[in-house]
Design a protein around this ligand. Structure first.
Ligand SMILES: O=C(O)CCc1cccc(O)c1
Length: 548
């Protein structure tokens, strides 16, 4: 007898393999909407050492929805400064704008301590009774059918030995956020596309016992030293272990041709490399020394049946754009709203295809960009470096030393209307006033499906059936006005209104991941494009629609 999905019993709606920041965030976003989640982590103890150290404005906007305020959080810091790329003589080659306020309503860039951030996320997950955290278990088998997935687990043999317990979970969906050597990706038989980019770098995470940046005069806080003798990255590492005390710092040194990476990561060699930077065992703690192989690759598919992959399981990029973990956080949000929608009966399973098609192109953009940045710094040859310097110094002079803005990247084709200008891009956030509250739009009005009208009531421009569809998505429609109005929101600083004017739109539909699903300037265009987006969501038919 075949059981229907509703009659069958499942251990979880979603089993997530890998409880790093991506898996934990996904668990929270599902758990907050009442889904039963089993979050599986290989290691029984939380890993207490730094790894990623930076994220961008989009991630700050996402974290804000969890109540994590990147401007005021003990795990997070920022530097009101540009990001410099310099040659061996300390001349500027390139300047990147990591200083501005972004269109997302947050600073362009933040720095953080990953263990502290993970603990924050795990603490939020622990408040949700429908999330079960299984520590010390790893995936060993995965089989899916039309209704669900059987996930076989075993106690991590590195902790429990070869004869540890095993068990099988049945879940409606499985997400693999289990890192570069992902079991889930392997079990699904998904191949990687590799750009053949490999450079070994020594990463040193430091806790100076003093304010390092202040001690270095006008040396930047975040920069790349493109010295062919030893290409070096010098960046913040987020707040230090003592609140209000000295901050962490990170150095990354390229392993030179002919050098032995294992020798280089020994503490004595690490301290030798740090000596010119004024750090000694007397004035600083070496928190972590590890050689990483920087790579540029992505998995060819990110969803298969009822399984998905995200984070490092789906993509790896060199760190020079500071976008590695950002891509994983975007994956978590993109998986979450789709899985929540499917599990709530709103979307068909096919909406998962747009997870792959949208996210893969977006991640590839950052993989390519990070690799291009890597090609600037990973030069150990003096002549090649001199040629690069001449070219880049001339380029910078030609642009009058203008900092390069951090780029806007569009999603790959998917659950948005590609016929409307600026759809598939991140929406702009500004300060609004509504229902007696003033603050960032997301915190005052909320997040989810949001239909905005600039000086018009957007709901009035939809058909009756479309209003039902928006309601089925639990979407809201908001009229934005320049001055106090009843019901809508006041665009206090004019930020959102300016954006509407810039993109020539009167209506914008924003998705739960803050990407623009459509823009339109007339009710007719809005209706046509809204219908397209609903089709691309594989929206389940609503009773009122059927009646029409
Ligand atoms: O947080 C990370 O993963 C990367 C740290 C970083 C930031 C900026 C430049 C760089 O080379 C590394």
């Amino acid at each position: 007898m075949t059981l229907s999905a509703s009659a069958e019993s499942f251990d979880a709606d979603v089993a997530i393999v890998g409880a790093g920041p991506v898996g934990t965030l996904l668990a929270i976003l599902l758990g907050q909407r009442g889904k039963r989640v089993t979050l599986i982590e290989r290691w029984s103890q939380h890993y207490a050492l730094p790894r990623a150290v930076t994220y961008d404005h989009e991630i700050a906007r996402i974290f804000a929805t969890l109540g994590i305020d990147s401007e005021n959080d003990p795990a997070i810091s920022y530097h009101d400064e540009l990001y410099y790329w310099k040659n061996k003589d300390r001349e500027n080659l390139q300047i990147v704008d990591w200083q501005s306020q972004s269109a997302s309503g947050w600073r362009v860039r933040y720095w953080f301590n990953q263990p502290m951030m993970e603990k924050r996320l795990l603490a939020i997950a622990a408040t949700l009774p429908n999330i079960t955290l299984l520590r010390g278990w790893q995936g060993i088998g995965l089989e899916q059918d039309a209704q669900g997935v059987n996930l076989s687990l075993q106690r991590n043999p590195e902790e429990a030995g070869p004869n540890g317990d095993s068990r099988t979970l049945r879940a409606k969906f499985v997400a693999g956020t289990d890192g570069a050597n992902s079991f889930v990706r392997e079990a699904l038989g998904i191949e990687n596309e590799d750009k053949g980019y490999f450079f070994d770098w020594l990463i040193l995470d430091m806790i100076p016992h003093f304010d390092y940046v202040a001690s270095r005069g006008d040396e930047p806080a975040q920069w790349q030293l493109c010295d062919p003798k030893r290409p070096t990255t010098i960046v913040p590492g987020g707040p230090g272990p003592v609140a209000g005390g000295p901050a962490r710092r990170r150095w990354e040194f390229m392993v030179l041709p002919g050098e032995n990476p294992h020798e280089l990561q020994k503490p004595d060699r690490a301290w030798e490399l740090l000596q010119p930077w004024g750090l000694t065992p007397e004035n600083a703690e070496l928190e972590r020394s590890a050689v990483y192989r920087f790579q540029a690759r992505w998995a060819k598919e990110w969803n298969k049946g009822r399984c998905l992959i995200g984070g490092d399981a789906a993509h790896l990029m060199p760190p020079f754009a500071g976008e590695g973990m950002c891509a994983g956080v975007r994956d978590a949000v993109a998986m979450a709203w789709r899985l929540n929608g499917i599990l709530e009966g709103k979307f068909g399973l096919d909406v998962l295809d747009s997870y792959t098609s949208e996210r893969i192109e977006h991640a590839k953009h950052y993989i390519n960009f990070s690799q291009e940045l890597g090609q600037i710094i990973c030069i150990a040859d003096e002549a090649a470096a001199a040629e690069r310097d001449a070219k880049m110094i001339a380029g910078l002079a030609a642009s009058a030393g203008k900092p390069v803005p951090t780029d806007i990247c569009q999603l790959g084709k998917g659950a948005w209307c590609d016929e409307s200008a600026h759809a598939g891009e991140l929406s702009v956030q500004g300060v609004v006033e509504a229902a007696g509250k003033q603050g960032r739009f997301d915190q005052v009005v909320g997040q989810g499906w949001v239909l905005l009208g600039h000086g018009v009531d957007p709901a009035a421009a939809l058909t009756e059936a479309q209003r039902h569809q928006l309601a089925a998505l639990e979407g809201v429609s908001v009229e934005l006005s320049a001055q106090a109005a009843t019901g809508g929101a006041v665009d206090v600083e004019g930020t959102i209104g300016d954006w509407f004017t810039r993109i020539g739109a009167r209506y914008v539909l924003i998705r739960p991941d803050f990407y623009v699903a459509l823009t339109a300037d007339t009710p007719e265009a809005l209706q046509t494009r809204f219908a397209k987006v609903m089709r691309r969501l594989h929206l389940a038919e609503q009773p009122a629609m059927a009646a029409e």
